[in-house]
Design a protein around this ligand. Sequence first.
Ligand code: ATP
Ligand code: MG
Length: 574
Amino acid sequence: MLYSKMLIPTLREEPKDAEIDSHKLMLRAGLVRKSAAGLYTFLPLGFRSLLKVTRIIREEMNNAGAQELLPPFVTPADLWKESGRFDKMGKEMLRFKDRHDNEMVLGPTHEEAFTNIVRENVHSYRDLPLNLYQINTKFRDEIRPRYGIMRCREFIMKDAYSFDADEAGLEANYQAMRTAYRNIFRRCGLSVDPVLADSGSMGGSGSEEFMVPSQVGEEMIVKCNSCGYVANTERAAAYREYPESKETPEVLSETSTPSVRTIDELTAFFKTTPQKFIKTLIYIADGAPIVALIRGDMDVNEVKLKNAAGAIELELASEDKVYEITGAPVGFAGPVGIKKIRIIADISVPPMVNAITGANRKDLHLVNVNPGRDFEWEKAADIQSIREGDLCPECRKPLNAYHGIEVGHIFKLGYKYTDSMNVVFLDKDGKEKKPIMGCYGIGVGRTIASVIEQSHDENGIIWPMSIAPFHISIIPVNVSDETLMEASRKLYAALKQNYEVLMDDRDERAGVKFNDADLIGIPIRITVGKTFAAEGKFELKLRAGKDKEVLSETDLIRRIGEIYAEETAKYSGN
Ligand code: ATP
Ligand code: MG
């Protein structure tokens, strides 16, 4: 491809509204352009990389036995109503009506659509297992689109849905996807950690996210460097001991605590430690209030609480609601005397003796509160937030925390959709059964942005060969020098046979071309300039390295062959 003929609008200046490196570089290198909040165009250079990522995904998915199909991006609202998610999806799901007044949805995810395809077309155990996927547009009206294509509203996702006759089948599909995902990200040159993730009501180890460690990641991960335990903080557990207290339970009594409400204020007031307090938090779970209890030195993890309560939606109650439910302002709630409201206690609470809690009256606390004697709870569960330095649940060594970008997610769904949408097949024994499902997603654009986030320097992108828009760039330093141009054209014609080559034939200063080459980040750069004029040799430089090699045409072509073979092996499918 000739640079002069291609739309590559590189920018010298830092784009103003881009915060993170990958976003800045994708704009500056002319890979993408914003058309509106969360809506991006892939320009020709960016689109070449996008196609390469999707090609890798296809190869690995097909290898793992999955089948690609192409459903419509728009789904009828009726399917969402059947699954019960039409009202639960919230504002991320964009709804509209067609000219006949039919309600429609811009697909944010496709469980319903794929479940429906299977419901209509699969009737026997002979048709299973199935793993169906698409590489298609998604729309999510994200509350805060940001970081360019990292979190946008319209994006390309690979999403797969597996259907099996039994749990063993699901496990096999899940493991095949786990392997495929590792291969996909390795082949894209991305180093990822598969991390235990929240699996909602399914529990167990039924969900993993593929995380790219990065400062700009929105997820928090804890990892044990000793045994390798790694989990999203939404789901991570810590090892903790709850030694039996030597204290004997004392008589419950009240203490006046005017305007003392936070744990810090309370520890100062009572001259004790935060461990002495039972924090009482009021939440609204699927419309009804619930009470969460936890020891004063800990924080509630809302995802764990949501799962413990079996809720779909969970939010902290407003100040007014807290007043309505407890009869006291925020800061004075406690479990004693709370009636007809579900109480979920963290596992740290039941062993406590002579604790301090709010009294559900303004400016009043209770002391010598004893769980079991003074209040009951519906369920005790681990609802604790994890912190850096907490001990590993597997080996009891300290955990380290870091940020990560979620590029992929694999998830055992169970019977959620085949139950709600009533999908049945006839099993071997002639009985009707429901298929068990898994789902597996990869953000294609987010993968590209993460590669750039992980692989760049102050001058620009450093593409891995596997997904670089071109393999080689040729830079004739002076287009009015016919000798250089002729040599360049000849080399271009030769290399084009086996590689994707971008020849910078623009009438620009050499410095401008070098800057753009670094910014765009094509792995192999060949300069046709000084050394060609002096001794008929070309200069080869790798974008990822510093050294320059001066080579004759024959040596150059041999050297490129070596580099390409090495790189291809590194990112190969085997
Ligand atoms: P997040 O927590 O980042 O919003 P999610 O849990 O909503 O992600 P999934 O529903 O599991 O994501 O979607 C599968 C994949 O799609 C994600 O792993 C991610 O790579 C990609 N993805 C999700 N939302 C976006 C978005 N707004 N922009 C770009 N990619 C996205
Ligand atoms: Mg999301």
